[in-house]
Design a protein around this ligand. Structure first.
Ligand SMILES: Cc1cc2nc3c(=O)[nH]c(=O)nc-3n(C[C@H](O)[C@H](O)[C@H](O)COP(=O)(O)OP(=O)(O)OC[C@H]3O[C@@H](n4cnc5c(N)ncnc54)[C@H](O)[C@@H]3O)c2cc1C
Length: 345
């Protein structure tokens, strides 16, 4: 029987950033991927320290960004690529009042590191009141990140391309089919609802649609721009536009209302032709208090959950993976705000 330190269930940002901790610390593991496109793979991959509705920031934003850069450098050592794209986000101002609000918020010590005071106008889009640049923002190349890491796991024979079968897990004996394990980390995003050990976690799906589209005259658009949603180039004429938010729909199909919303959002600032529109969607695993959920099952202390990454899968996934790893290895306390125990689970 093959003996492993860990089994990871899932293949999104949560699972892969946790896998990186295991690689870095020389642990043996298998990662189960059922081959469905989860939220991470349809995401924009944006790394954004600012809430762009009200121009606020969140706890430990700079620390989270620095930690991401460090992890991406470490990952580049075995994939050969650093997946960070240094294209800062530019927020299109709706009116003069909003532009002035940005300027005043940029004087605030907690926002000054992130809100640029530069007066900027961009070509190729309507931005009569200009745009604000978010410093330290950017994005990861989502497609390349998943391709690169999946290949690295395949090469090491760590990737199991199959659905994890919960019925075949014997947690008390530390067995799963032909594998013996010390710990299982479940990082299934909304798939957690099928997990008999953690199905009652208060994780709420928030459905997000995105478009991939061709903008034949979008040649000047080389930045990430945001008005209602985000627009950025994927290749020369191909662009990403999204994503929507919907807490009510749980259907597994494209929602025409969301597509209409996206089309109208784009028209607000882009008037050129749009071709080859393709839509995709995913379900963000969100939590009412907007914090991830980490911790062990009360009944089986060798089973752990890493979920609730919300709308910030990249930053949350990377930042909290080492906390969970340390907690499992050394029994160090988890930060209270992300500890599963806050729900009396
Ligand atoms: C349209 C959209 C845009 C977004 N944009 C951004 C963004 O710009 N920046 C950002 O940081 N976040 C963004 N997000 C949020 C981000 O995508 C999520 O926070 C993140 O993907 C959650 O990651 P996860 O690993 O928890 O779940 P997921 O990405 O859903 O991954 C879970 C995976 O586990 C697999 N799985 C489940 N059960 C099993 C099983 N039994 N066996 C094997 N595999 C299983 C699933 O197939 C799935 O692929 C966006 C989300 C959406 C929908």
């Amino acid at each position: 029987m093959k003996k492993l330190d860990y089994i990871i269930v899932g293949d999104g940002f949560g699972a892969l950033f946790f896998a990186h901790q295991l690689i870095k610390n020389g642990k043996s593991f298998q990662l189960f991927s059922e081959g469905e496109k989860g939220a991470s793979r349809v995401s924009a991959g944006l790394v954004n320290p600012v809430v762009l509705k009200k121009f606020t920031t969140f706890d430990r934003a700079m620390e989270q960004i620095e930690s991401l850069h460090q992890s991406l450098e470490e990952i580049a050592q075995y994939t050969g690529v650093n997946y960070f794209i240094h294209e800062p986000i530019h927020r299109i101002f709706h009116d003069e009042k909003e532009r002035l609000l940005w300027k005043s918020k940029a004087q605030n010590p907690s926002l000054a590191p992130f809100l640029s005071l530069d007066d900027i106008t961009l070509e190729g889009i309507a931005n009569p009141y200009g745009v604000g640049k978010v410093k330290h923002s950017g994005r990861i190349d989502v497609e390349a990140f998943f391709k690169g890491l999946t290949t690295a796991l395949k090469d090491r024979q760590i990737l199991k391309e199959e659905q994890f079968d919960y019925q075949a897990l014997d947690a008390s004996a530390g067995r799963y089919k032909e594998l013996a394990f010390s710990h299982v980390v479940f990082a299934e995003g909304m798939g957690v609802r099928e997990n008999p050990f953690f199905k009652d976690l208060p994780v709420i799906p928030n459905k997000g649609h995105r478009l991939t589209l061709t903008l034949p005259s979008g040649g000047n658009l080389t930045h990430v721009v945001k008005k209602k949603h985000f627009l950025f180039p994927l290749s020369k004429q191909q662009f990403y536009y999204g994503g929507t938010y919907d807490r009510h729909s749980e259907t597994n199909e494209i929602d025409p209302v969301a597509i209409e919303q996206l089309k109208r959002g784009l028209e607000e600032f882009y008037s050129g032709p749009v071709e080859n529109l393709d839509a995709q969607f995913g379900f963000r695993p969100t939590v009412r208090d907007r914090r991830p959920i980490l911790g062990a099952s009360a009944k089986f202390p060798n089973l752990f959950v890493f979920n609730g990454l919300g709308a910030r899968g990249v930053l949350n996934g990377n930042f909290y993976a080492p906390f969970l790893f340390k907690h499992i290895e050394t029994q160090s306390a988890l930060p209270m705000e992300v500890d599963l125990k806050r729900f009396n689970f």
